[in-house]
Design a protein around this ligand. Structure first.
Ligand code: ATP
Ligand code: MG
Length: 493
């Protein structure tokens, strides 16, 4: 059953019970009051009759000063005829409680007669057929006799009024229930509207309309519930969007991975097949073997990089202070053999907090990219600067640059702006993806600015404070060091 009908049904049941009980008590109260009045009147009437009887008995001439039964009957008949139009009946009994005079239609029942005492008036309600009477009893002392006088007053009307009262009240109650039921129905529809709106929103969201929101139409608890529901829906929508993005990124990753595997494998299989199926001259034999070696190396390089990314994602960083100088010295060693580009290093002394091997890997990757993008004899600058809250590294080249629309994509795994150029330089498109992961662990991120034909500048800032330290910044104590190097070997060799 709908909530709306439940409220309606409960309200109608409560109203019916309230009307019914109050009506019953009201009609009964009116009846009791009327009956009380009738009883009082009947008792008064019986006292008056006693007095009339006693007076009449005194006036009847008697032989031995004893009231004869015949005289009693005569008086009884007279008293009965005097109250004919009131519908009153009476019975007169002697000392042995045997009837002397009984009106026509008077009850045969003598239970009340037995209860009459010398000084008491008794009464009861008696019914004969469908009529109701007040039966009273009293002692009458006439001359030397103590007789019993009983009366029957017809009070059927009072009982009929009660039945009529119940019947009228029933009809009024039904009419009121019908009217208030209609009003309650409208009130329930209005009260439960926010619930219906919420239910509708839930259904539509379950059907995939994640952007659908319930309209708030009240300022009560249901209104608050609607607002909370909508906030929850916002969070859910965002989470679903993020999950979808993640799934899409994974699918892209797998597709790119499969593609990157295919290219070197095709070359390896092709050259290996040539070597095993034909006898080649020495030069061709060497060339084929060299291709297999180079492509194999590329695969190995790719698998190492992938391993690095996976490991980095899982790693919990063990931060330690590193002198920036040591990082630059390491890079100078790595690129000492590079003769193709002029490498300039400008370094301010300072301390950074991080994992030395991971930071070295980031800098080598960025320098490697800068060298690969530069023409022969081009300049690559690596600089380190103390900042207020850390230490900034910057790698700048004056090479091919990256188109603006590609800037966001170059950090995705396997993404290469110029695939043939990158592959010819043994690139797998994983270097920047690895850098992003490492910097994320260090609470930092890459800032890449580039212009096609003018060059690229990649920078990032590493914290100068250890965990929980309120240090004074990156190694402000040391003097600046300028270093310059020019080398001619293959980058990253
Ligand atoms: P890997 O680093 O895995 O050996 P890669 O250098 O091609 O291969 P990334 O370092 O991830 O891969 O770089 C992604 C792509 O971004 C490169 O292929 C290149 O097209 C572009 N790119 C990166 N750095 C520069 C730069 N300094 N100048 C121009 N293009 C760059
Ligand atoms: Mg690279």
């Amino acid at each position: 059953m709908k909530f709306l009908y439940k409220i309606l049904l409960c309200t109608i049941i409560i109203m019916a019970a309230a009307f019914g009980i109050s009506g019953y008590f009201f009609v009964n109260f009116v009846f009791e009051s009327a009956l009380e009045r009738e009883v009082a009147q009947a008792l008064d009437g019986s006292s008056i009759l006693r007095f009339a009887f006693e007076t009449a008995a005194l006036n009847i001439p008697t032989k031995y000063n004893v009231l004869q039964d015949a005289a009693v009957r005569q008086i009884g008949a007279r008293l009965e005829s005097s109250g004919q139009n009131t519908g009153r009946c009476l019975r007169l009994s002697d000392e042995g409680r045997n009837s002397i005079y009984t009106s026509e239609g008077f009850s045969e029942d003598t239970a009340l007669l037995q209860q009459i005492g010398p000084e008491t008036k008794v009464w009861t309600i008696a019914s004969h057929g469908d009529r109701y009477y007040i039966h009273t009893g009293i002692v009458v002392n006439a001359l030397d006799r103590a007789l019993y006088l009983e009366t029957l007053e017809d009070v059927t009307e009072v009982f009929e009024e009660r039945s009529m009262g119940f019947s009228v009240y029933r009809r009024v109650t039904l009419a009121m229930l019908a009217c208030s039921g209609m009003v309650m129905l409208f009130i329930c529809v209005w009260l439960t509207k926010p619930i219906r709106l919420l239910a509708n929103a839930t259904k539509r969201m379950a059907a995939g309309e994640y952007g659908y929101r319930a309209k708030r139409i009240s300022n009560d608890e249901l209104g608050q519930l609607t607002t909370d529901f909508n906030s929850m829906a916002n969070v859910l929508e965002e989470t679903i969007h993020e999950l979808k993005e993640e799934v899409r990124a994974r699918e892209d990753f797998i597709a790119a991975f499969a593609h990157e595997l295919k290219t070197p494998l095709t070359a390896i299989i092709g050259y290996a097949d040539m070597l095993r199926s034909r006898k080649l001259d020495e030069e061709k034999h060497f060339l084929s073997a060299n291709y297999i070696y180079t492509e194999g190396k590329r695969l190995e390089n790719m698998s190492f990089r992938l391993m690095d990314i996976i490991v980095t994602r899982r790693e919990v960083l063990e931060v330690q202070p590193i002198e920036a100088k040591t990082l630059f010295e390491y890079l100078r060693g790595v690129f000492a053999e590079n003769k193709e580009q002029k490498i300039r290093m400008s370094v301010q002394s300072g301390t950074v907090y991080g994992e030395p091997n991971l930071l070295k890997s980031v800098l080598v990757n960025l320098m490697d990219n800068a060298c690969k993008a530069s023409r022969e004899g081009g300049m690559v600058k690596l600089s380190g600067k103390r900042m207020e809250n850390g230490y900034a590294f910057e790698v700048r080249d004056y090479g091919v640059g990256i188109p603006e629309e590609e800037l966001k994509k170059v950090t995705e795994a396997f993404y290469m702006v110029d695939k043939s150029r990158s592959r010819s330089r043994n690139g797998a498109g994983l270097g920047l993806a690895l850098c992003v992961e490492i910097l994320r662990l260090h609470g930092s991120e890459l800032d890449i600015r580039s212009k096609v034909g003018e060059g690229t500048c990649v920078s990032f800032v590493i914290s100068g404070h250890g965990p929980g330290a309120g240090g004074k910044g990156a190694g402000a104590e040391a003097a600046d060091v300028e270093a310059a190097a020019a080398a001619g070997a293959e980058p990253g060799a």
